[in-house]
Design a protein around this ligand. Structure first.
Ligand SMILES: *[C@@H]1O[C@H](CO)[C@@H](O)[C@H](O)[C@H]1NC(C)=O
Ligand SMILES: *[C@@H]1O[C@H](CO)[C@@H](O)[C@H](O)[C@H]1NC(C)=O
Ligand SMILES: *[C@@H]1O[C@H](CO)[C@@H](O)[C@H](O)[C@H]1NC(C)=O
Ligand SMILES: *[C@@H]1O[C@H](CO)[C@@H](O)[C@H](O)[C@H]1NC(C)=O
Length: 451
């Protein structure tokens, strides 16, 4: 079967999506992706000296998402739209003080085998990501010496064989750049990370694995603490990097800005905080091939408390309004009011909600209708530069900067125009009825085959 995804999506669920052995390929119209296919398929081979360093599915394009194990009771693996992905990555295994151990304790370790089984039944790669915002504390020591790198290679390959994984994603936030606040940090982090990845890729058991990294909007930091000017060696051992182009603006910012801007070079100087356009330029300027870049996209947004006077000029929503940080709104059902106390680093925290609204949560919360359009009584603005939407409830004074079908379609178009490898969505369970997923896949021109 060969048909545009948009047509498939209109067919009854049972006859299409439940069929086994589907996979995604770029349609003939997706020129950039198709052109990148042969170059990318050679990655594993180039690193290993083998001529066929890839397994059968999805190496020419990447349509992937992270699955949060801790949301498993609410969004079980059966709920993943498997046939629309080439790979799905389980989150998170976290680094520990012991290089011989990573921990899945906070992410429902029991669920991982079932996740892998379902992926394989659907001919989708099952990956595991290591690290994350709160899980990167001990990356630096795990890769610090030859002996530790050897041990850490064994640790991660142990996970691969224990869980029958097809790939590993390294989400180190960040090499030689502080993230959570108490991560171990060294000037040599990026070089050591590269040496670790090289050692991993050289292992026979890793030759056919998909290896990726989730990365920031600027290249890895070098020894001087600024982004490296040449990261091309990473491209020889990784299949791809996924650029986490989200949380660019949030509760820590000084105004309401886009969570996941497509562009910022068109914004005023102060509002240029990063974007897909800037990040792709930064990574490719540093020698990372565009056709090994995957754009990270967000199925969630950030909320802010904004007074009517700051939010509105007449009936029009203002850009970059000020917000009241002392009144962080509660997000959706996956958000919670954290108690005051100490954080993982032992630092005192005031507690409170994150304010995150997943896309489904904007529907639950009355900002959007079930089909993702703006609900009655809600103000909406689509920002032309960042190509992202805002909603505002004037009664509750809550503004949310998020992504919708239109912004996902714009990002899909950009992925094609820039010749990127595909997209990676955080997180699988954030969407509602695949409104976002279908929009980006349709814009890219993915076609489902062999259904
Ligand atoms: C190597 O790993 C061990 C933990 O297993 C850690 O205690 C040690 O500090 C690491 N070495 C370096 C140089 O970071
Ligand atoms: C890697 O894949 C190739 C091609 O499918 C296969 O011949 C080879 O045995 C695989 N290597 C390993 C270590 O699984
Ligand atoms: C980003 O903005 C710049 C400056 O306005 C513009 O030239 C460029 O076409 C934009 N790129 C995208 C992908 O929107
Ligand atoms: C979306 O839902 C709203 C409210 O139910 C309805 O008015 C609108 O026509 C729908 N739009 C589309 C494109 O289906």
């Amino acid at each position: 079967m060969l048909a545009p995804l948009s047509l498939l999506a209109a067919l009854p669920i049972v006859s299409v999506w439940a069929a086994p052995m589907c996979s995604l390929v770029p349609s003939k119209s997706a020129g950039a992706l198709a052109a990148s296919a042969s170059a990318t398929a050679a990655v594993g081979g180039a690193a290993t000296g083998s001529s066929s360093g890839s397994s059968d599915v999805g190496d020419d394009v990447v349509a992937t998402t992270w699955y949060a194990g801790w949301h498993g009771s609410d969004f079980p693996p059966e709920s993943i739209s498997w046939s629309k992905y080439t790979a799905v990555t389980y989150a998170f295994a976290v680094t520990t003080p012991d290089v011989n151990t990573v921990s899945l304790e906070a992410s429902d370790e029991e669920l991982l085998p079932k996740f892998v089984d379902l992926a394989h039944q659907n001919n989708v790669k099952a990956m595991l990501t290591i690290g994350g915002w709160t899980g990167s504390q001990y990356f630096s020591s795990a890769v610090a010496t030859d002996a530790n790198r050897t041990a850490f290679v064994n640790t991660v390959l142990g996970l691969v064989s224990k869980y029958n994984l097809d790939g590993l994603d390294f989400d180190w936030e960040y090499p030689n750049k502080q993230g959570m606040g108490c991560n171990l940090i060294s000037d040599d982090d990026s070089q050591n990370f590269l040496s670790f990845l090289q050692a991993l890729r050289a292992e026979p058991a890793a030759q056919n694995l998909t290896l990726s990294a989730a990365v920031g909007i600027t290249p890895f930091n070098g020894p001087d603490g600024t982004p490296m000017s040449d990261v091309s060696d990473f491209a020889k051992v990784l299949d791809y990097v996924a650029i986490m182009n989200y949380d660019v603006w949030g509760s820590w910012s000084n105004a309401v800005g886009p969570n996941a801007p497509l562009n910022d070079t068109c914004a005023s100087g102060a509002d240029q905080q990063g974007s897909a356009v800037s990040a792709v330029k930064a990574w490719t300027d540093a020698g990372f091939p565009a056709n090994q870049l995957v754009l990270g996209v967000a199925s969630y947004g950030h909320s802010f408390s904004v007074a009517n006077s700051a939010a509105l000029s007449g009936n029009t929503l203002n850009a970059y309004p000020a917000f009241d940080a002392s009144k962080q709104p509660l997000g959706d059902k996956w958000d919670a009011v954290a108690p005051a106390g100490v954080d993982q680093c032992g630092a005192p925290t005031a507690g409170g909600p994150s304010g995150i609204f997943d896309f489904f949560g904007l529907i639950d919360g009355g900002f959007l209708t079930a089909n993702g359009t703006v609900a009655d009584g809600i103000d909406y603005r689509f920002d032309e530069c960042s190509q992202t939407p805002y909603v505002y409830n004037p009664q509750t004074q809550v503004m949310v900067s998020y992504d919708d079908a239109k912004s996902f379609a714009a990002k899909g178009q950009f992925i094609n125009d820039a010749g990127l490898l595909g997209f990676a969505m955080w997180e699988a369970g954030g969407d509602s009825n695949d409104i976002l997923l279908d929009a980006i896949e349709e814009a890219i021109g993915f076609t489902e085959v062999d259904c």
